[in-house]
Design a protein around this ligand. Structure first.
Ligand code: 3HC
Length: 305
């Protein structure tokens, strides 16, 4: 009781979070907005490159709150409060008084570095800059910023509302108060935070991508997709690899496998079949028919070699 996780700082150093900024308004960013608004009960502002994306993100949050209301998981008052807390803007000015900004944009270093550099010109000196990257180096993302000491990895898992774990990655220069605020914020978000080393794909995705990579390798090497996907059934995982792949997003998972392959070589497989699916815009391998039965469409099978 009261024992701090290994390497976690003294929570007395933590600073209050009174407003949250989210860079990105895609599915991950929108899930983050919901979790922050519901648990911290502070204003959450989302931004993206155009108004349509921003509106879609805010609509997602409102839709999820409505689902919770329909299930009577929240009171009408709490639902209205949560909805009112989440706003969206293309203009970055509302980020000026945020104390915790997290990015959840496309999993590419150049994109992430660019959004960090842009937002640094808007946010206050004290504001923390967190990244939800699944696989990229937080140290490299912070390099070139005016204040790399405020940058921290804050990595959630899909679906954010349900998965309890949060990986926190500090860099050599992350300040103690930033780390302390991250841990206290994680607790306020009702997540279980673990401190991980800033290294390719941290801990969870390294393990997960070994499993997913072996399925993809079997599949690329001629095992049919349906058989490959069912191969892990004896392990009792809650989802098959391809179901998980659809939820995470094939392009995201593919980027993680590429980062791991760059860092560790062939033990992490970059799947040619996955690349074909991405190029063709296929979101998932399994579809569900009217009777709820899963099948792989002919058009998808034709893409696979
Ligand atoms: N959003 C919100 N809530 C969701 C949800 C979603 N997308 N999906 C499921 N839930 C909720 C349900 O509403 C239900 O809540 P309730 O019990 O309060 O009604 C609860 O989760 C259980 O859902 P179900 O009974 O429908 O289904 P399951 O028992 O199969 O649980 C699951 C769903 C929790 C998603 C489970 O299948 C699971 O744990 N899957 C594995 C997820 C996983 O491995 N995630 C990690 C992905 S890797 C990642 O994200 C890293 C990234 O960086 C790449």
């Amino acid at each position: 009781r009261g024992k701090r996780p290994a390497g976690a700082p003294d929570k007395k150093l933590a600073r209050p979070v009174t407003k949250v900024g989210i860079i990105g308004a895609g599915l991950m960013a929108s899930q983050l907005a919901l979790v922050f608004a519901r648990n911290l009960k502070v204003p959450v502002v989302m931004t993206d490159i155009d108004q349509a994306r921003v509106d879609k993100g805010v609509a997602y949050v409102h839709g999820e709150v409505d689902k919770l209301l329909a299930k009577k998981r929240v009171s009408p008052d709490a639902a209205n409060r949560a909805k009112a807390l989440v706003t969206g803007t293309v203009d970055k000015a509302p980020f000026a008084d945020a104390d915790f900004v997290i990015e959840a944009v496309f999993e590419e270093m150049s994109v992430k570095k660019q959004v960090f550099a842009e937002i640094e010109n808007v946010i206050s000196e004290e504001c923390i800059l967190a990244t939800n990257t699944s696989s990229l180096s937080v140290t490299e993302m912070a390099s070139g910023l005016k204040h790399p000491e405020r940058v921290i990895g804050f990595h959630f898992f899909n679906p954010v509302a349900v998965m309890p774990l949060l990986e926190i990655a500090r860099t050599e220069s992350t300040r103690e108060d930033v780390l302390a605020t991250a841990f206290v914020t994680a607790k306020d978000l009702k997540k279980t935070a673990v401190l991980v080393k800033d290294s390719a794909a941290f801990v969870v995705n390294r393990i997960l991508l070994r499993l997913m990579g072996e399925i993809a390798r079997a599949f690329d090497n001629g095992t049919d997709a349906a058989t490959a996907d069912r191969a892990l059934a004896p392990l009792g995982l809650p989802m098959t690899p391809f179901t998980l792949l659809k939820m995470v997003g094939i392009p995201v998972a593919h980027h993680v496998s590429e980062s791991l392959n760059t860092a560790f070589g062939d033990r992490f497989w970059v799947s040619a079949n996955q690349q074909r699916l991405i190029d063709a815009g296929v979101k998932g391998i399994w579809e569900t028919d009217e009777d709820g039965k899963q099948y792989i469409p002919e058009s998808t099978l034709e893409l696979l070699e």
